[in-house]
Design a protein around this ligand. Structure first.
Ligand SMILES: Cc1ncc(COP(=O)(O)O)c(C=O)c1O
Length: 382
C-alpha cells in the first residue's frame, strides 16, 4: 500500500476546511440529489422484512430488470447470455471487481493520460502495473499509441467517455477502433460510462458494449452517482462477459456480499423516472459550463482550455513553471478557491488544473470562477 498514491480529494478537503469561505471547484459531484420517486421506493424495501437479510450478490431482480431494459433502450447493449449484469456499490467497485477478475499480479493495464486516479490506484492495489498512454492535445484517443503499448502482460485497455478529468467525449469511431484493438489482441476493453448523460453542444455518448460481437471482451461500467445525484447511495453496475461472471461474484461476495438493498430499491425508483431527470438538471449545468468557459477566455494568454464536450470538468493547461500542487495550494490559501492539481491524474509534463463545475449553480458559479480567474492572474503575473 506504500506504493499506492494517496487520494487527493481529502488533502484538498483539509486545505478547504482550514481556509474557511473557500469555494470548491474540486469535487466531482452533481449539484442535485435523487428524484422524489427514489425515496418513495424505500417503502417497498420496508414492506418486506426479508429485505433486512443478505440478498443476491449480483443485485435484486427488480433492479437487474430495470437495468437490462435501460441498457437495451438507451445504450443498444443487449443482455443475451453472452454477457451479464452485476449491480455494484458504485462504479469504483465495478472497476476493482474487473481488475481483480482479469489479472494476475504483475499484469499490465493500459490507462490513458490523464487517468482517473482511483483507476490507477486500483491497478496498483492489485499488484499490477498501470501503463500510461498519452492522449493528444485535446485529450483525445491515439489508437496507434495504444497499439504500441501492448505487451505479453497487457490484460485490458481502459477508456472513460465522457472523461474525468478532461471532459473529453470520444467519438464513436475512436471507441470502435480501441474495442477492435482489444478484441484482436485478446484484451478486455473496460469502458467507464459514469457520465453517459453529461454531453453538451451536440456531442453524443457511445457505448462500446453495443458493438456487434464485442460482449466477450467488453466490460462496461455505469453509475447512478452523477446522473441521479446518488453518490452516497453507492449504486452502479457492470456489464461483463459471461465467462467472468463467477469470478466477479466470488470477489463481490467476499468484499460486499450484496449491494445495500435499501439503495437498490431507491435505484429502482430513480430509474423509473429515467434519464429525463438528469437531462432536465443538465440544463443548469450546461449554463454553468458556459459561464466557466466565458470567464476562462479572459485569461487565454496563459491558460489553455482544450475542447471538453462532456462530464463536468475542464482540465486547464497553465503556462507556469509552478508545480500543480503548489499552484492549487496558493489558490486556496490566497484566493479561497479550490481546484484539483493535474499531478493527481498523472500529468507531470506541465502544470494542469482540473476545474469541476457539476456542484455549482448559476449564482455560485460566477463567484467561484471569478476567484479562480483573478487568482491565476495574480499568481502567474507575480
Ligand atoms: C470516471 C469515474 N468513474 C467512476 C467514478 C466513481 O463513481 P461511483 O460513485 O459510482 O463509485 C467516478 C467518480 O468521480 C468517475 O469520475
Amino acid at each position: 500500500m506504500q506504493c499506492v498514491q494517496s487520494p487527493i480529494i481529502p488533502v484538498v478537503g483539509e486545505l478547504i476546511r482550514s481556509n474557511p469561505g473557500t469555494i470548491s471547484l474540486g469535487q466531482g459531484v452533481a449539484y442535485y440529489g435523487p428524484p422524489a420517486e427514489a425515496m418513495g421506493y424505500i417503502d417497498r424495501f420496508l414492506a418486506n422484512p426479508e429485505n433486512h437479510k443478505y440478498r443476491l450478490v449480483q443485485g435484486i431482480p427488480e433492479l437487474l430488470t430495470a437495468i437490462e431494459e435501460k441498457l437495451k433502450r438507451e445504450n443498444a447493449i443487449h443482455i443475451d447470455g453472452s454477457n451479464r449484469i452485476v449491480v455494484t456499490a458504485g462504479g469504483n467497485m465495478g472497476f476493482v471487481n474487473a481488475i481483480l477478475a482479469i489479472t494476475d499480479p504483475g499484469d499490465e493495464i493500459i490507462l490513458l493520460l490523464p487517468y482517473y486516479f482511483n483507476h490507477e490506484m486500483a491497478v496498483a492495489i492489485a499488484d499490477c502495473k498501470a501503463v500510461c498512454v498519452p492522449t493528444d492535445e485535446n485529450y483525445q484517443l491515439q489508437p496507434d499509441a495504444i497499439r504500441s503499448a501492448i505487451t505479453d502482460r497487457t490484460r485490458a485497455v481502459v477508456t472513460i467517455s465522457p472523461n474525468n478529468p478532461t471532459g473529453a467525449v470520444y467519438p464513436e469511431s475512436a471507441l470502435r477502433e480501441v474495442n477492435e484493438i482489444c478484441g484482436s489482441n485478446g484484451l478486455y476493453h473496460i469502458s467507464d460510462e459514469a457520465y453517459e448523460y453529461f454531453t453538451y453542444d451536440g456531442a453524443r455518448h457511445f457505448s462500446p458494449g453495443s458493438i456487434e460481437a464485442s460482449s466477450k471482451h467488453t466490460i462496461s461500467l455505469f453509475s447512478l452517482s452523477k446522473a441521479y445525484g446518488f453518490a452516497s447511495w453507492r449504486i452502479g453496475w457492470m456489464v461483463l462477459p459471461e465467462h467472468l461472471y463467477m469470478a466477479v461474484k466470488k470477489i463481490q461476495d467476499t468484499i460486499l456480499i450484496c449491494p445495500p438493498v435499501v439503495s437498490q430499491w431507491a435505484a429502482v425508483g430513480a430509474m423509473k423516472v429515467g434519464a429525463e431527470y438528469c437531462r432536465e438538471k443538465l440544463q443548469m449545468t450546461a449554463q454553468v459550463r458556459q459561464i466557466v468557459l466565458d470567464e476562462l477566455k479572459s485569461i487565454a494568454d496563459f491558460v489553455t482550455v482544450p475542447r471538453a464536450d462532456g462530464a463536468f470538468y475542464f482540465l486547464l493547461r497553465v503556462k507556469s513553471d509552478l508545480d500543480s500542487m503548489e499552484l492549487a495550494k496558493r489558490l486556496i490559501e490566497q484566493h479561497r478557491v479550490a481546484v484539483i492539481p493535474g499531478m493527481t491524474f498523472g500529468m507531470e509534463d506541465g502544470c494542469y488544473l482540473r476545474v469541476a463545475y457539476g456542484a455549482l449553480q448559476k449564482e455560485t458559479a460566477s463567484e467561484g470562477i471569478g476567484r479562480l480567474v483573478r487568482g491565476l492572474r495574480r499568481i502567474l503575473a507575480g
